[in-house]
Design a protein around this ligand. Structure first.
Ligand code: PMP
Length: 460
């Protein structure tokens, strides 16, 4: 059955949603007096809701996902053809799109060789943490089992990945958490923690301090977002990544880059880490891998990491003791293959870099006009504007005012985001833009124009 609704059926859909769907990240009290927004159709960056209202989506499906835009028939067709041929087989056996996508992906990731499939960003990161623990058990006498993570970064919603949440409001109320996950300071220069000239190097040295405090022989890996997403769209300062890499090599610590948001083109290169000329040991990705046309995530490793799961004379037969049931779905890799083809054939990396420049130029112009913009950050089509009540003190703008800007844009038919709601204050003050990589100059101008109009209404 395909779902083809007439306009008057849609009121039933909205009622069904209102009474029976438990929405993500939602305060449901709101729906006691208002209908939830239910989207019906999308094309490119455009969306239509159940009332027939049109929107320009400036956040690629809410959470930086639909990189190639809505309504891609070629992806739908590729998935359909694959599903009627073979939809699934799990475990040790392979499948055609899984093999072809892994090979294609690896072409874009020099130095990495192995792709482990699962379904969500959280799951991909959990796999990486399990790899680190198993490597510690097999090769380091149980030591080197700890994973460092960074303040303000986010890596997922499971208990294991929440143990690496650098955003306390996400993790509060779900503990206690497993041991062995240790936080390092964030590197956002706009909110300086050290008054030094070479901030990038200083922020990276803070990682070394934690390693020395914990004991280098207990630390197996560090997980970092290349550009922090939900924690405030944070581009690390000059020199940060080189120093991080040096530190990892010095103490034999695996560098795990979480590309769940940046992966597959968001920053204008295939991966965010490629903006910084570093060589990770583990890379995880999810959202943009198939642009939300199917669920797929990958934990990609070097051959050196992979080799650590091979037999040894000491412990005989060995392997990574993990499975993901839906890692055997073929819809994910076949959608991902077509997604990659689109990015390549349509020159979307180049477009992202170009449109990113335009977005930053527009935002910087808005900064001249609106004192409430304290900082503009990001890479490619992954842009943030931090809002402050006072530029000198950098006091974050009140959450309700940040939300008022988001709501005003929505009323103008433009969807933008703001970083996560915080119980601790200070995080939810960055407006986020992450339109699909097919965005045109007109789209960008419409999005930043809506922000301009919304900011003009703020009386700060
Ligand atoms: N890592 C990062 C950087 C993310 O932003 C997210 C999701 N917002 C995740 C991991 C978790 O991904 P998922 O929701 O697919 O589990």
């Amino acid at each position: 059955m395909s779902i083809n609704l007439k306009q008057n059926d849609l009121s039933h859909v909205v009622a069904a949603d209102r009474h029976h769907v438990w929405h993500h990240l939602s305060q449901h009290k709101h729906y006691e007096t208002a209908d939830p927004r239910v989207f019906v159709e999308g094309r490119g960056l455009k969306l239509w809701d159940a009332n027939g209202r049109e929107y320009l989506d400036g956040v690629s499906g809410g959470v930086w996902t639909v990189n190639v835009g809505y309504g891609r028939e070629s992806i739908a067709n590729a998935v359909r053809d694959q599903l009627v041929k073979l939809n699934y087989y799990a475990g040790a056996a392979g499948n055609v799109p899984g093999a072809l996508f892994a090979a294609k992906l690896i072409e874009k990731m020099p130095g990495l060789t192995r792709v482990y499939y699962s379904n969500s960003g959280s799951e991909a990161n959990e796999k990486a943490y399990k790899m680190v623990r198993q490597i510690a058990a097999r090769h380091h006498g149980g030591r080197k089992w700890k994973v460092l993570y960074r303040e303000r970064d986010y890596h997922g919603t499971t208990i294991g990945t929440l143990a690496t949440s650098g955003q306390p409001q996400r993790a509060d109320q779900y503990g206690p958490y497993p041991d062995g996950f240790v936080m390092v300071p964030h590197c956002l220069e706009y909110r300086k923690q050290w008054d030094v000239e070479n901030y990038g190097e200083r922020a990276a040295n803070a990682i070394e301090e934690v390693i020395l405090r914990e004991g280098p022989d207990t630390v197996g890996a560090i997980v970092l977002e290349p550009v922090t997403a939900g924690g405030g769209v944070i581009t690390p300062p000059e020199g940060y990544w080189q120093r991080v890499q040096e530190i990892c090599r010095k103490y034999d610590i695996l560098l795990h880059i979480d590309e769940v948001v940046c992966g597959l083109g968001r920053t204008g290169t295939w991966f965010g880490y490629q903006q910084y000329d570093i060589q990770p040991d583990i890379v995880t990705m999810a959202k943009g891998v198939a642009s939300g046309y199917a669920a797929i995530s990958c934990t990609v490793t070097t051959e050196r990491v992979f080799d650590m799961f091979k037999d040894t004379p000491q412990d005989g037969m060995s392997y990574f003791r993990d499975i993901s049931t839906f890692g055997g779905c073929t819809a994910g890799p076949v959608a991902a293959l077509e997604n990659m083809r689109i990015i390549e054939d349509e020159g979307l990396l180049e477009n992202t870099a170009m449109m990113g420049e335009r977005t930053f130029a527009n935002l910087r112009a808005l900064m001249e006009k609106h004192k409430v913009i304290g900082d503009v950050r990001g890479k490619g089509l992954f842009c943030g504007a931090e809002l402050v009540a006072d530029r000198t003190t950098k006091e974050p703008l009140e959450e309700k005012l940040v939300q008022a800007v988001v709501a005003d844009c929505l009323a103008q038919g433009v969807i933008i985001g703001a970083t996560n709601r915080s119980l601790h204050g200070g995080l939810n003050n960055t407006l986020c833009l992450s339109p699909a990589l097919v965005a045109t100059s007109e789209d960008i101008d419409q999005i930043t124009g809506a922000i301009d109009t919304a900011l003009a209404k703020l009386s700060v």
